[in-house]
Design a protein. Structure first.
Length: 208
């Protein structure tokens, strides 16, 4: 028995039709840092697909470790295939929670230095990443419909950071915003405020 909706076959003899989007994640590209100044995903370069093929792109950050202590990880979009970045404004909000290993302090607060107000500065995804041997940041960034020429480009991210100050602490960064352009975003770059990305992996996925 088949199931048809508005002229489109959804189920055929009990099986999901091959033309129906399932929402599964498709791995596109993995970049691994090795004392790298930046890591960039550019449509059409090195097998990267970053266009209207997918309505949502997901970036997974695994053990991103800076060469320089106490660094902010930033995202920088491009609308011209990486010829330049941050040529368009973004607006966002940023809040974070943290807790010391020795339970001496906790905090949950809005972070004004991490938000954007119609700014071309790179979006801060996470803060105060340490360069100690066991310090790193992990997280996820979602970018929605970057190829749209009708709407702005929304993004949401969540990162967990270990930083060793007087005592180590766990910090959780939450960011949401939009790239304020109706031009297609077709490249994205990640970097620290200062110094190289000493180690770590970024995986790019597409969701239809």
């Amino acid at each position: 028995m088949g199931l048809i909706s508005n002229g489109t076959t959804l189920l055929d003899a009990g099986a999901l039709d091959s033309g129906v989007a399932t929402g599964s994640m498709t791995h596109i590209k993995t970049l691994t840092a090795s004392s790298s100044a930046t890591l960039s995903f550019v449509h059409g370069a090195s097998s990267v697909v970053f266009d209207g093929t997918y309505k949502e792109y997901v970036f997974k950050f695994i053990d991103i470790h800076p060469a320089t202590n106490n660094q902010w990880l930033r995202m920088e979009p491009s609308v011209n295939g990486g010829s330049n970045y941050n040529a368009v404004n973004s607006t966002s909000s940023h809040f974070r929670a943290w807790h010391d290993e020795d339970d001496s302090a906790t905090s949950l607060s809005y972070y004004t230095d991490g938000d954007l107000i119609e700014s071309t500065d790179g979006q801060v995804l996470c803060t105060e990443v340490g360069n100690g041997n066991d310090n790193s940041a992990t997280g996820t960034l979602h970018l929605y419909n970057p190829a749209s020429t009708a709407f702005v480009k929304h993004y949401i991210s969540n990162f967990q950071v270990l930083y060793n100050a007087s005592a180590g602490y766990s910090m959780n960064n939450f960011v949401a915003g939009y790239i304020n352009t109706t031009s297609a975003v077709n490249a994205i770059k990640f970097r620290f405020n200062s110094g190289n990305i000493d180690a770590g992996t970024i995986k790019m996925y597409g969701i239809k």
